[in-house]
Design a protein around this ligand. Structure first.
Ligand code: AHR
Ligand code: AHR
Length: 507
C-alpha cells in the first residue's frame, strides 16, 4: 500500500469509521492529480472523488410529478446523501437523470441519444436507470449505484478535456461483478461523438461482462476488456488472451489506459487488496488500432454506436488526461478499498441482521395479517395471527433478518422454525426454500428495504427485479410491479399492499 494511502487509512481510523469525509488529498482525483494525470471527468453516485468536492453527485426525477432533485454529499469530500433521495422518492418511482462531473469540466452524463442503434425510450433515446435498484453501503453510509438494465444508457457527446486521437488517457470504474451479461456492451469511457461506429480505434472504453463476440479471457467471465470499436480486446490478440482472468468480485475495480502504441488492463477487488495487471503492452495485432482515433465522447452502459444490450452496475469512475502510472492507480485502489463498499449492515432497528420480526400488512383489509409460511407445504401466504394463535402459527409468522444473501445493504428473511430456509420468489410468488448456494437463489431471496410506499413501514424491493416489491394479493404473497401483465401487478392498492410494518416478532 502506498504511503499516502496508509496515512489516509490511519487518519480515517482516528477520525472514526462513521466520519463523513476522508483525509484531504486522499481521494481518487486528488491522487491522479498528484501523479500528474488529472481527472478530466469524475462520476459517482456514491461519494465525492475529490476531497474538496462539495457539489451535487447526481440528479433524480420522480414519476409522480416529474420534479427533479439534486443529490449531494453529506460533507465536502464525503458520501452521498441518500436520505434526500429516499424522502424525495417516497411513494413514487425515481430515475437518475444526470450524473454530474466532479472535475469542473462539465462532462456530465445524461440520457443517451439514438445512434447506430436506437434505445427503447421516446425518440430512440435510451432508458434512464431506476434510482433505487442498486443500493449499497459506502463507509457504512447508504448510497445508490447506477443500475444499467439492457436498454439503459448515459452519454456526453460534447465533452471538454477528454483525450482525442492517439492522446493518452486512463480510466477506472467500480462495478458490481455479479450483475453482468454477454450483450453489447456495458462500457464506461471514451467513444464516438456522433454515437455511430466510426471504425476501428474510434473509441477506448472499459468493457465489463461476458461477451465472447470479439475478445475474451480465461474461464467463463466476466472479463475486463477494452472496447476499442469493432472489438473488445482482452490483450494483444484478437480473440482469447488467457492472461485476462474471470473477475467477479461483488465490487470489482476495473482499469483501462491507453497511449501511443501502449495500453493496459488492470483489475482487483474493490473491497480489499491491490490491482493486478492483466495486460500491458503494445496495441492489438489487428489493423486500425494504432494509432488510435479517439473522439472523446463519454459513454456509460452502452457501446460506442449506442448498442443497448449490455447490463451492469456502476458506482464510481473517472477518466484522466495522460497515462496514469501503476503506482498512482495502486493508491487509487487503496483508497477505494479503504472506504468499505458493502461493509456492515445497511439496515438497523427492526431490520438489523440477527433481529426477529413479523411482517404485518398495512392495507385496511388486513392490518392483523402477517407473512406466514404453511406447515404442510412451501407456500407463503398472508394470514391472521393473534396472541391466541398456536405457537406453531406464531413461529410460522416469524422471520430472522439476515444480511441480504446477494447484497449486504439489503436483507433476507430466514424462517424462525425452519432453519436454513428462506423467503424467496419463484415465478414471482413467494415460497419457503432451503438455501441452495446458487446466485439465482441469493437474488430471489434478497429484498432491499425502502420507506413504505404508503408512508407506513417499509417496502421491500426485489434485488433481481427492481421494479417489483413484496406484495400481498388475494392473501398470497408475490413480488409485484405497479401495473403489469400478472393479476398481482394490479395498480389498485399497490402502495398499500407493498407497505409492511416490521413488527415485534410473534415468537
Ligand atoms: O467494439 C464493440 C462494439 O462494436 C462497440 O461498442 C460498438 O460501437 C460496436 O457495435
Ligand atoms: O420469481 C421470478 C423468477 O422465477 C425467479 O428469479 C426464478 O427463480 C424463477 O424462474
Amino acid at each position: 500500500m502506498a504511503l499516502a494511502a496508509v496515512v489516509a487509512l490511519i487518519a480515517g481510523v482516528l477520525a472514526g469509521t462513521s466520519s463523513a469525509s476522508q483525509a484531504a488529498g486522499s481521494l481518487p482525483c486528488d491522487l491522479y492529480a498528484s501523479g500528474g494525470t488529472p481527472c478530466v471527468a469524475a462520476h459517482s453516485t456514491t461519494r465525492a472523488l475529490y476531497s474538496s468536492y462539495n457539489g451535487s453527485l447526481y440528479q433524480v426525477r420522480r414519476a409522480s410529478d416529474s420534479a427533479t432533485k439534486n443529490i449531494g454529499v453529506l460533507s465536502a469530500g464525503g458520501y452521498a446523501n441518500a436520505a434526500t433521495q429516499d424522502s424525495f422518492c417516497t411513494g413514487t418511482a425515481c430515475v437518475i437523470t444526470v450524473i454530474y462531473d466532479q472535475s469542473g469540466r462539465g462532462n456530465n452524463l445524461t440520457q443517451a441519444p439514438p445512434g447506430g442503434f436506437s434505445g427503447p425510450a421516446s425518440g430512440g433515446y435510451d432508458n434512464l436507470a431506476n434510482a433505487t435498484a442498486a443500493p449499497t453501503l459506502v463507509a457504512g453510509h447508504k448510497a445508490y449505484g447506477v443500475f444499467i438494465a439492457p436498454g439503459t444508457g448515459y452519454r456526453n457527446n460534447h465533452t471538454s478535456g477528454i483525450a482525442t486521437g492517439d492522446a493518452a488517457e486512463g480510466m477506472y470504474a467500480v462495478f458490481d461483478g455479479t450483475h453482468v451479461n454477454g450483450g453489447c456492451c456495458f462500457d464506461y469511457g471514451n467513444a464516438e461523438t456522433d454515437s455511430h461506429d466510426d471504425g476501428n480505434g474510434t473509441m477506448e472504453a472499459i468493457y465489463f461482462g461476458t461477451s465472447k463476440s470479439w475478445g475474451y479471457g480465461s474461464g467463463n467471465g466476466p472479463w475486463i476488456m477494452a472496447d476499442l470499436e469493432n472489438g473488445l480486446f482482452s490483450g494483444v490478440n484478437q480473440h482469447l488472451n488467457s492472461g485476462d482472468p474471470t473477475i467477479n468480485h461483488r465490487y470489482t475495480t476495473a482499469v483501462v489506459k491507453g497511449g501511443a502504441n501502449k495500453w493496459a488492463i488492470r483489475g482487483g477487488n474493490s473491497q480489499s487488496g491491490g490491482l493486478s495487471t492483466f495486460y500491458s503492452g503494445v496495441r492489438p495485432s489487428v489493423s486500425g488500432y494504432n494509432p488510435m482515433k479517439k473522439q472523446g465522447a463519454i459513454i456509460l452502459g452502452i457501446g460506442g454506436d449506442n448498442s443497448v444490450s449490455g447490463q451492469g452496475t456502476f458506482y464510481e469512475g473517472v477518466m484522466t488526461s495522460g497515462y496514469p502510472s501503476d503506482a498512482t492507480e495502486n493508491s487509487v485502489q487503496a483508497n477505494i478499498a479503504s472506504v468499505g463498499y458493502g461493509n456492515g449492515s445497511g439496515t438497523s432497528g427492526a431490520l438489523a441482521p440477527g433481529s426477529r420480526t413479523s411482517l404485518r400488512a398495512t392495507t385496511s383489509c388486513c392490518t392483523t395479517d402477517y407473512v406466514t409460511h404453511d406447515d404442510v407445504d412451501t407456500d407463503v401466504v398472508l394470514s391472521p395471527v393473534t396472541s391466541s394463535s398456536s405457537a406453531t402459527v406464531k413461529a410460522d409468522a416469524t422471520w430472522i433478518v439476515r444480511a441480504g444473501l446477494a447484497n449486504s445493504a439489503c436483507v433476507s428473511f430466514e424462517s424462525a422454525n425452519k432453519s436454513g430456509q428462506y423467503l424467496r420468489h419463484y415465478n414471482y410468488k413467494l415460497q419457503l426454500a432451503a438455501i441452495d448456494g446458487t446466485s439465482t437463489f441469493s437474488q430471489d431471496a434478497t429484498f432491499c428495504p425502502q420507506p413504505g410506499h404508503n408512508g407506513q413501514g417499509y417496502s421491500f424491493q426485489s434485488a433481481n427485479y427492481p421494479e417489483k416489491y413484496l406484495r400481498h394479493y388475494d392473501y398470497d404473497v408475490y413480488i409485484a410491479a405497479n401495473g403489469g401483465s400478472n393479476s398481482w401487478d394490479s395498480a389498485t392498492s399497490w402502495s398499500d399492499d407493498t407497505s409492511w410494518i416490521a413488527a415485534q416478532s410473534w415468537s
